[in-house]
Design a protein around this ligand. Sequence first.
Ligand SMILES: Nc1ncnc2c1ncn2[C@@H]1O[C@H](COP(=O)(O)OP(=O)(O)OP(=O)(O)O)[C@@H](O)[C@H]1O
Ligand SMILES: [Mg+2]
Length: 344
Amino acid sequence: MPAIEVNNLTKTYRVYRKREGVWASITGLFRREFKVVEAVKGVSFQIDAGEMVAFLGPNGAGKTTTLKLLSGLIFPTAGDAQVLGFTPWKREHAYRRRFSLVMGQKNQLWWDLPAQESFRLHKEIYRIDADRYQRRLDELIDLLEVRTLVDQPVRELSLGERMRMELIAALLHSPDVLLLDEPTIGLDVVSQRKVQEFLKFYQAEQQITVILTSHYMKDVEALCERAVIINEGEIKHDGPLADIVDRFSLHKVISLQFAGAELPPGLDRYGTVIEARPPRAKLEVPRQQIPEVLTALLAAFDIEDVGVHDRPLEEVIAELFTSQSSRQAEHESTTFVKSKVLRR
Ligand SMILES: Nc1ncnc2c1ncn2[C@@H]1O[C@H](COP(=O)(O)OP(=O)(O)OP(=O)(O)O)[C@@H](O)[C@H]1O
Ligand SMILES: [Mg+2]
């Protein structure tokens, strides 16, 4: 039996529009206008126990909504989900003890108290036995290197330190399913890597089932072998992450800042100009050509600053959609031609 099984899960929100003016707000009391937002539209997937799956997609795709449904925070409009045999929105206590949701954009710890106090509260809520609690807490504190910080009010911690505390709180009761919604958002590269390393180690050791959403390819590459891509509430791709990584690593972006106020002419000879904001420009260049293109650029122009970056994950995913739809169109047109030929 898979750990997570989702069938035709659908969530629509009604968003009420405020009309302008006093008269409108009075009549609005009687006839409120609303629009329907289809956040998740008939999503289906299965995740086996011990799998770590990336949930990718642009802003507003429906990732957080899906995780909220799986956590039982909201009710679906239609469809079904089973997590460890539980229906999440029934909110059974037995289910609450088996999963955790971590949201990078939300603080779940007491802001004015040391993290230690929030951990103690968790111990009570989840009725964790005292010995077990102490052992787990020690283990997690060591793994996340926060020994000196647990007695400091959470509001005094850096974003990266706070996120590590959030992870401890989420894992104290040893959940079997961990839902991570952008756990590294806003973190610097070092903190980001710490969180990745911890998650990798922890998952390998405990074999828990994880869904991870992130806008950073680095997180996903470090942790997941499978990626589910969601866009406009629908699943567009579900398969090995390698499919996406290959595409992702074909090109890199060179950012340049030129010494003058203008951009020099002929930049497109070095790569695809994807942004031109004098005196800055960005070029997309095939990965293997980066060294020679950089050398040529530095020799040809007066450059003040230069950087090489990965392409944004969103862009690669968007490309995947368009290439799939164009492949589909191609397929359709060939069948069309064939049927014409056959008819003759
Ligand atoms: N409580 C709500 N009320 C109304 N609309 C909502 C609500 N929550 C989400 N939505 C809408 O549902 C859609 C999906 O939102 P969701 O938060 O799931 O996206 P996401 O994939 O997590 O995006 P992001 O990458 O920006 O976090 C969006 O159009 C959003 O505006
Ligand atoms: Mg989100």
